[in-house]
Design a protein around this ligand. Sequence first.
Ligand code: ADP
Ligand code: MG
Length: 228
Amino acid sequence: MDYAVQIKDLRKVYRVGEEKVVALDNVSLAINPGEICCILGTSGSGKSTLLNLLAGLEKPTRGEIYLLGKPIHKMDERQLAHFRQRYLGFIFQAYHLLPALTALENVTLPLAFRGVDSRTRQREARRILTAVGLSRHLRHRPTQMSGGQQQRVGIARAFVGKPPLIFADEPTGNLDSATTREIMDLITSLAVQHRQTLLIVTHDHDVASYASKIIHILDGRIQSIESN
Ligand code: ADP
Ligand code: MG
């Protein structure tokens, strides 16, 4: 069976004027389907760069990336957009909700891009918003919700289409410790229910404790891989 995520000898160099910044170097790893995996490292260690490369938002300088067995590093923009729509949910630190849209509208959006009909979109969005505890906030806009509630909408948007892969970049980075635990309980229980593969990057050891595999990264290199 294919790995959910497989990376071979990945390298990313940014050029800033005359300077070269090696953001990732010699990164190889594999994640099994259904695994909850965390990449743990301090600020500037290359975590966001790695997730952006995995999602096809940036191109590697060298190396290979396979998601669900498909070569992301070889895809053009159209293929990447299609892959993300079908197979990938993304959760952001700063939520990235559309401010003019209600919670319900934000969550129906990924299904609209996929061409799902309106009735099904409404039904699925209500279902997942209820699952994340927001059945009474369907018509709220982002500014009318707390940070924790906004992240619940972000989670609902990532999970609504039941993508096999969920990536999260510091999903609790803007939240207090009690809300962090609620949000991590929610993300991990949703992923386990539907056997989705969850990859979280964070600097927070408490967040990493939810993972069955912790990959330690420092200065763009993997230091060690720890299995719980
Ligand atoms: P983290 O998410 O772990 O905090 P990043 O992946 O954002 O780390 O950054 C890793 C390194 O790459 C840092 O040294 C950062 O300054 C550099 N970097 C990230 N993005 C860019 C960019 N677009 N241009 C130049 N350097 C970048
Ligand atoms: Mg980052």
